[in-house]
Design a protein around this ligand. Structure first.
Ligand SMILES: [Zn+2]
Length: 269
């Protein structure tokens, strides 16, 4: 399967649409004093197709670092994550700050694991994966102190039997796939089959939320071995992969490349 075909299918790219409230978003408090992101001003949706082939949405969400101002900025560009619920029995839709922070933390963990595995960073891996003799293998998530058992004599014991004692790479891969699978399940990723005229039937994953779409994009980036980079002009994250955008590419789009070129010309004169 060529990458182009594959990524076209991501989250049913041609079918998945999402909306941003034209009036924007703001924080408020719930009756239980929790921070909630709500729509504000003119409540009318602007629909858009997330640009799956270029923009690295998961990195934009990671960049918020769970910071309330950065979350509002993200929402003003891309909308709610899709965890919206009716708040306090009123007619207002909102999303808890914890849901946003958990999503950003999840992306942080997965990209840390992915980066350590890709670049063979043994030091980082040894902080993430810990062996307790022959008893258990533990995962130590970056940025928190909540240890989690990956495999032990009573929990998923077969994994440990397959691994060489002290190995960090296989357990790290296992943790990474467990995490991303859990996140996709939480967003109820499902599948659809599409059979168009003059073509073979295609099986595709489908998301109904922006967050599900983001998990799918991240999973697919790992599947094809893509990387991501900041655009030198607009500073958005974009994807780079073999057969797609070449590794030397500095700008996310032709628009940004021309804008940078024009500015350079101006600076010369
Ligand atoms: Zn750009």
């Amino acid at each position: 399967m060529k990458f182009g075909e594959n990524i076209d299918g991501l989250a049913g790219c041609d079918r998945f649409i999402w909306s941003v409230n034209r009036g924007g978003y703001t924080w408020t408090k719930s009756e239980t004093d929790k921070d909630i992101l709500i729509e504000t001003g003119d409540r009318r949706p602007r629909w858009y197709h997330p640009d799956n082939k270029s923009k690295a949405y998961f990195m934009e969400l990671l960049d918020t670092q769970g910071n309330p101002d950065a979350i509002v900025e993200f929402a003003n560009r891309f909308g709610f994550l899709g965890e919206s619920q009716i708040i306090d029995g009123q007619k207002v839709l909102g999303e808890y700050v914890e849901d946003w922070q958990n999503a950003a933390q999840g992306i942080f963990e997965i990209t840390t694991l992915y980066d350590a595995l890709r670049s063979d960073k043994k030091q980082v891996l040894s902080e993430l994966i810990q062996w307790d003799g022959k008893k258990s293998v533990l995962y130590n998530p970056p940025g928190t102190d909540k240890l989690r058992i990956v495999s032990s004599t009573d929990y998923r014991p077969l994994s440990m039997l397959r691994w060489q004692q002290g190995d960090l790479v296989e357990p790290a891969k296992d943790v990474l796939s467990l995490l991303i699978t859990e996140f996709m399940q939480q967003q109820r990723i499902s599948a659809e089959m599409i059979w168009r005229q003059n073509s073979k039937p295609l099986l595709r994953p489908v998301s109904t939320t922006l967050l599900g779409f983001i998990w799918l994009q991240l999973a697919q980036v790992m599947e094809i071995g893509a990387t991501y980079r900041h655009c030198k002009e607009c500073e958005d994250w974009f994807l780079i992969w073999e057969g797609g955008r070449p590794a030397s590419r500095k700008y996310c789009s032709n628009t940004c490349r021309s804008r940078a070129y024009r500015r350079n010309q101006k600076d010369k004169h």
